[in-house]
Design a binder for this molecule. Structure first.
Ligand code: MSP
Length: 637
């Protein structure tokens, strides 16, 4: 079978702020699709990187008191480091400040200029520094940027313009003739909507008197290149356009991945730029929706972000990946909440997946000395049903992946898990163990085979978990090296000796201190051994507090509701200490709390803060307390 090339890109992220979970989502999607294509035997290339020029970066650097280059180096390093620590396997990380990228931008500008599609003119318009673009009166909302909600500035100056209008009719035709050029369909329609109005030419320069931080125009060095014109070209400069082998191999199959915020530059500017430069256009633009927090887009400019490394450390990298890919229907917005993440972790991962593996391998250990039986012929309707469910998985996942419907691919995998759970419950191996050896072997062999296929198809989504599943099933070699064409078949890979081990996903109790993630999380992210700076430590508001009242939370085995005094203030903290501290013994004790923890609801009670506890020699919790009576409310330094 010949290898098909597959090329996927993420946006190159602005270096004006560190990565957040919204950026992580797009990068995880790119990682997942490229892993899937690798598993399918394709030759894949996954590009990500950082966008480092323009007003926005120059201003952020000035605020940080650094040169733009030093600032870009630092933040770009954080993106690369974050993706690496999250196990994201990009093939290249491009930076727009690299000389090879600048050369390609200048070459393309020159080509378009020589062809007569770049001209000099004066323009006045409403400009947003955050977006680095002009807005039309129509697009502005009450004179403000529709995305940043900041006032637009009227800017008038002489500049260079790209004759984008010339390509309007061609682009409309191209989109109409290639229905999956921009997908899902709602974004194709949105792009066609932009094209219903006459397309204005694009201002592609900024006078150096106003902005130094950019790539000089090759035909007029009083100007630097507009940052979007520079940034979009990364998708070809990274492939060594025009003569590189990478460009020849991968450009014809290029697929971009973006969120809807940057549909216009990718759906309108970029194809017309490519057309003007004589470069074939990309194959697909895949557009997803926003991660929302409290109903609004997760974004730094709105002060609403979650760090992906912190989440991965707390819940485990694979749990985070699973949540992001399962919760968001690609193309639509989705809500991010830790509660929803924990809900999925406990229900789907700990229960449906983890328990099935644990109890199946437990029975293989108990009844068959660990030897997983080879899959034989189906004998009962139950066997046939499970086998059918397993055999259709391959096609369902492939179809979902082709359309970027990750939630559907995961749904299909979980339907097989449900089928396997039902099968075990119906076949009752614990009863077969007493009376029917061959049937017992068949049932456990079938279930393990279903689990193997689950592991295989899960591997692009949750790579370390998939490796663990295969290792536990005694399979030699790594699932990442398997190929769907053979390994995707029922009975396609022999199983070995079952390996017992700890739970794949320990349940997260929604008790006070969320337990730091156990073995799985720590190994995968290594983030728990992170060093933090003194500034980061200072953000923790630790206080001495006194317990004024305590009662067990009704209906909970672990939770205690504490009334605590912190200086003049009183607040409620819910803590998972009931097993080790009867409430009556707690009143009057001095403790140490984290006072600036985001409030959270536990069993319906709002908890504002967290107390600190260690573990005693007897394995029981011990509250951390001042060594002698301390001032209540005093900051712990
Ligand atoms: N530098 C430009 C892109 C240039 S590409 C040639 C840029 N950078 S950005 O840092 O703002 O990144 C935007 C992208 O980050 C989105 O398109 C999306 O991929 C991701 N996201 C940022 N916030 C997000 C959400 N709240 N939800 C979903 N995606 C998120 O634009």
């Amino acid at each position: 079978m010949s290898e098909q090339p597959f090329y996927v890109t993420t946006p190159i992220y602005y270096v004006n702020a560190p990565p957040h979970s919204g950026h992580a989502y797009t990068t995880i999607v790119a990682d997942t699709v490229s892993r899937y294509h690798r598993l399918a035997g394709d030759r894949t290339y996954f590009l990500t990187g950082t966008d480092e020029h323009g007003d926005k970066i120059a201003q952020a650097a000035a605020r940080a008191g650094e040169t733009p280059q030093a600032y870009a180096d630092r933040i770009s390093g954080m993106f690369r480091e974050t993706w690496t620590r999250m196990g994201l396997r990009f093939d290249q990380f491009i930076r727009t400040t690299e000389a090879r990228h600048k050369r390609v931008v200048q070459a393309i500008l020159q080509t378009i200029h020589d062809a007569g599609d770049i001209y000099f003119s004066e323009y006045g318009g409403l400009y947003c520094v955050g977006c680095e673009r002009f807005y039309t009166e129509k697009e502005a909302v009450d004179g403000k940027c529709p995305d940043h909600q900041t006032p637009l500035e009227y800017v008038k100056e002489q500049n260079y313009f790209f004759r984008m209008s010339k390509y309007q009719d061609w682009l409309i035709r191209h989109i109409q003739e290639h229905p999956d050029f921009i997908r899902p369909e709602r974004y194709r329609n949105e792009a066609l909507g932009f094209l219903r109005e006459p397309l204005e030419d694009l201002c592609i320069s900024r006078p150096r008197s106003r902005l130094e931080w950019g790539i000089p125009l090759p035909f007029d060095d009083r100007y630097v290149t507009y940052v979007w014109f520079d940034a979009l070209i990364n998708y070809v400069s990274a492939l060594d356009y025009p003569d590189g082998d990478l460009f020849r191999t991968f450009w014809p199959v290029a697929q971009h991945l973006i969120a809807k915020d940057i549909l216009k530059p990718h759906g309108i500017y970029w194809p017309t730029m490519l057309r003007a430069a004589g470069i074939p256009v990309y194959r697909h633009l895949n557009v997803h929706g926003y991660w929302l927090m409290d109903e609004a887009k997760m974004s730094k400019s709105r002060g609403r972000v979650l760090s992906p490394l912190e989440l991965a450390d707390k819940y485990g990298l694979d749990a985070l990946r699973y949540f992001l890919l399962r919760e968001m229907a690609f193309g639509l917005d989705a809500n991010f909440s830790e509660e929803a993440l924990v809900g999925r972790l406990n229900a789907d991962l700990a229960n449906n997946l983890g328990n099935l593996l644990q109890r199946t391998l437990g029975m293989v250990g108990r009844y068959l000395d660990g030897g997983i039986p080879p899959v034989g012929e189906a004998a009962t309707e139950g066997d046939r049903e499970l086998q059918r469910a397993a055999e259709t998985l391959h096609g369902r996942v492939a179809a979902a992946m082709e359309g970027f419907a990750f939630h559907k691919a995961l749904e299909a995998i979980w339907e097989l898990l449900d089928a396997a759970n039902r099968y075990i419950d119906a076949q009752k191996p614990w009863e077969l163990a007493k009376r029917d050896g061959p049937a017992l072997a068949r049932v456990l062999g079938f279930t393990c085979e279903a689990l193997r296929l689950v592991g295989l198809h899960l591997s692009p989504f949750m790579p370390p978990t998939a490796e663990k599943i295969w290792a536990r099933l005694g399979i030699a070699g790594s699932v990442a090296d398997a190929r769907l064409s053979e390994a995707g078949r029922w009975g396609g890979v022999p199983l070995g000796i079952a390996r017992q081990g700890e739970a794949l996903f320990p349940r997260v109790e929604t008790g006070a201190a969320a337990p730091p993630h156990g073995a799985t999380g720590k190994n995968e992210t290594a983030a728990s051994s992170d060093e933090i700076t003194i500034e980061e430590f200072r953000r923790l508001d630790l206080r001495v507090a006194v317990i004024l009242g305590a009662r067990a939370v009704p209906g909970s085995k672990k939770l205690v509701e504490l009334r605590v005094g912190v200086g003049a203030e009183e607040r409620t903290i819910v803590a998972g200490i009931l097993l080790d501290y009867p409430p009556a013994e707690l009143v009057g004790k001095q403790i140490v709390i984290v006072a600036n923890l985001k409030p959270t609801k536990l069993m319906g009670v709002e908890s504002r803060g967290m107390l600190l506890a260690g573990t005693g020699a007897d394995g029981k919790l011990v509250l951390i307390a001042p060594e002698r009576s301390a001032e209540i409310g005093a900051r712990v330094k």
